[in-house]
Design a protein around this ligand. Structure first.
Ligand code: DGL
Length: 270
């Protein structure tokens, strides 16, 4: 039985999962977190399923070594490809972001026409469509891979005209399908939400899976008697596989005041 005061392990291919950590921090602020960003091996979005499973398994072993009480796969691509494997290979509860995003989209749509944007891997997996149809069998789901968004966000071009131009091109096809709901199916996309809002118009609901994932995490902790009763002094710990200083400065822009230092580990050892 896991220790209820132990941290939640949250992982992503890099910085993007901080948008999920941010929601968890907002909704359950007393919970300690160990965050791992696989910055040496990102992007995950263009890699094969086998590779993502191998990487995710190593991260699982690292987080287990940190004695976490539950695991959140903040990365959409890793959730698409490795959630089942990790759930089979650990006794800890493991939550991904796809189910939450799919559930929310199925609830929000009025005309049953839903767009999903994500990495090439997430879109190729078709998992958002399959999961949305579990909640709403007659939904029509249209996917679009948007590989340039991740580097644009990482370059800090969140409000730049270049990002807006690329967003217009990527979403033109989805607009032609008359979707009324758009799932931001990649950790980085909530950071360009205002651009996506402008490009899609006010009538399209934007779904951020991170929000409902945090609600799911809270419910899971409560259901398993795992809510933290004694919050440790070092509430948030950050680990990466490369570029610790760059990670710290980026993390400070997303989680103000919460990030003191980031430790670099060799993930290939796990
Ligand atoms: N974190 C990834 C995701 O949500 C995006 C970045 C990457 O491709 O590694 O799919």
């Amino acid at each position: 039985m896991a220790d209820r005061n132990a941290p939640i392990g949250v992982f992503d291919s890099g910085i993007g999962g901080l948008t999920v950590a941010r929601e968890i921090i907002r909704q359950i602020p007393d919970e300690p977190i160990v965050y791992f960003g696989d910055t040496a091996r990102l992007p995950y979005g263009s890699k094969s399923k086998d590779t993502i499973i191998r990487f995710s398994r190593q991260v699982l072993h690292f987080l287990e070594s940190q004695r976490v009480k539950a695991i959140v796969i903040a990365c959409n691509t890793a959730s698409a490809y490795a959630l089942d494997t990790l759930q089979r290979e650990t006794d800890l509860p493991v939550i991904g972001v796809i189910r939450s995003g799919a559930h929310m989209a199925a609830q929000m749509t009025r005309n049953g026409r839903i767009g999903v944007i994500g990495t090439a891997g997430t879109i190729k997996s078709g998992i958002y469509g399959d999961t949305i149809r579990q909640f709403k069998p007659d939904a029509e789901v249209f996917g679009k891979a948007c590989p340039l968004f991740v580097p644009l966000v990482e370059e800090g071009l969140w409000h730049d005209s270049v990002t807006e131009e690329i967003a217009s091109r990527y979403t033109a096809e989805l607009k032609g399908k008359f979707i009324d709901t758009l799932v931001m199916g990649c950790t980085h996309y909530p950071l360009i939400r205002s651009t996506l809002r402008r490009v899609m118009g006010e009538n399209v609901t934007l779904v951020n899976p991170a929000y409902e994932t945090a609600i799911e995490v809270k419910g899971m902790l409560e259901a398993n008697d795992l809510t933290c009763l004694v919050t440790p002094e070092e509430k948030y710990q950050f680990f990466v596989s490369d570029q610790a200083e760059e990670f710290t400065s980026f993390a400070k822009s997303i989680l103000p005041e919460e990030v003191r230092e980031t430790k670099k580990i060799n993930i290939e050892e796990y």
